[in-house]
Design a protein around this ligand. Structure first.
Ligand code: HEC
Ligand code: HEC
Ligand code: HEC
Ligand code: HEC
Ligand code: HEC
Length: 178
């Protein structure tokens, strides 16, 4: 009797701290409207750069403008099989009608003293999923990499080893701290 009552409590006491430190990444923010990457990038196979057009051209990936949503949702107004999705689309259509931009909440944010550039990474063949995980399976985008200095350096050392001379600067402080 005693053992069976103590059992679950002990187990919880042992497991909880593990869960808490193993899962130290921030939870995803609450967005003003539900937007699913699984539906767009997964089920409907829309490419990442169709919406994040600046990744290949500039330092930031950029979150799509309302005009980008409008381009498709002029036509995509409902889902006959899934009423829940239709309700989400209605919220978007109201924003578009009222010309009210959606204020997306940032998911990833490096401290200001760190310099990061998407273009450099994409051009040298690093793919989105190496840093962001399988976004096309996520209903809500969340941070899956720690984004710590150790995490950046781990990959930079690995890539440096491939071309030591040309990439000597990849682990220098000034590369990431301007
Ligand atoms: C139909 C447009 C669309 C497509 C396609 C799309 N995204 Fe997004 N993405 C968005 C919107 C809108 C947001 C902002 C809302 C949110 O965070 O969910 C966003 C947010 C993100 C974020 C979080 C940005 C932050 O705030 O830090 C990442 C990372 C991301 N997308 C990666 C991807 C990747 C990788 C793909 C391809 C597998 C992709 N996206 C395809 C529209 C799109
Ligand atoms: C390339 C075309 C395309 C673009 C661009 C696009 N969508 Fe969609 N969207 C779709 C399709 C297709 C569906 C799925 C409809 C269905 O369920 O049959 C969809 C579904 C949705 C839904 C319901 C499912 C969900 O995610 O909860 C919402 C909300 C939505 N879109 C919002 C947006 C927003 C916001 C943008 C702009 C950032 C956007 N869409 C850009 C094609 C697009
Ligand atoms: C080498 C790692 C890495 C790769 C590869 C990468 N990202 Fe990112 N991404 C980041 C980091 C780090 C941030 C946060 C940047 C900041 O806060 O300044 C970020 C931020 C973002 C953001 C939100 C802020 C912004 O820059 O607009 C979006 C959207 C995004 N990434 C999409 C993508 C897409 C789409 C791809 C693939 C085409 C991609 N990323 C590839 C590391 C990466
Ligand atoms: C998965 C591997 C990977 C990760 C993770 C990664 N990088 Fe990189 N990074 C690269 C590669 C590859 C290059 C390009 C090297 C080249 O052009 O030869 C690069 C280039 C850069 C450059 C440009 C260097 C130059 O030549 O001026 C900066 C700045 C940079 N990374 C910062 C960061 C920061 C900050 C992080 C962490 C938030 C990070 N990187 C995470 C692989 C990575
Ligand atoms: C590849 C990119 C990269 C390189 C190279 C790099 N850092 Fe960083 N550094 C980061 C990132 C990302 C952060 C922010 C995340 C964190 O604190 O781990 C950071 C944070 C820091 C901080 C702040 C820690 C805090 O607690 O706020 C200091 C100090 C620092 N770096 C010093 C250095 C020094 C010194 C070097 C050279 C020996 C260096 N960094 C090289 C990416 C880099």
């Amino acid at each position: 009797m005693h053992a069976s009552r103590a059992g679950p409590a002990l187990l919880a006491a042992a497991v909880l701290p593990l869960l808490q430190c193993g899962d130290s990444l921030p939870p995803p923010p609450v967005q003003p409207i539900r937007f699913s990457h699984r539906v767009h990038a997964g089920l409907n196979a829309i490419g990442c750069t169709a919406c994040h057009g600046y990744v290949e051209r500039g330092p930031v990936a950029g979150v799509p403008s309302m005009a980008r949503c409008q381009g498709c949702h002029k036509f995509v107004k409902e889902d006959k099989e899934e009423p829940a999705l239709t309700a989400d689309i209605q919220v978007l259509l109201r924003h578009l009608d009222e010309d009210k931009p959606i204020e997306w909440v940032r998911v990833h944010r490096l401290p200001d003293h760190v310099y990061f550039n998407h273009e450099r990474h994409i051009r040298s063949g690093v793919v989105c999923s190496e840093c962001h995980g399988a976004v096309e399976t996520m209903d809500v985008v969340r941070q899956v990499s720690p984004l710590t200095m150790g995490w950046c350096l781990q990959c930079h050392r690995r890539k440096q080893a491939e071309r030591p001379l040309e990439r000597a600067h990849m682990t220098e402080c000034i590369t990431c701290h301007k």
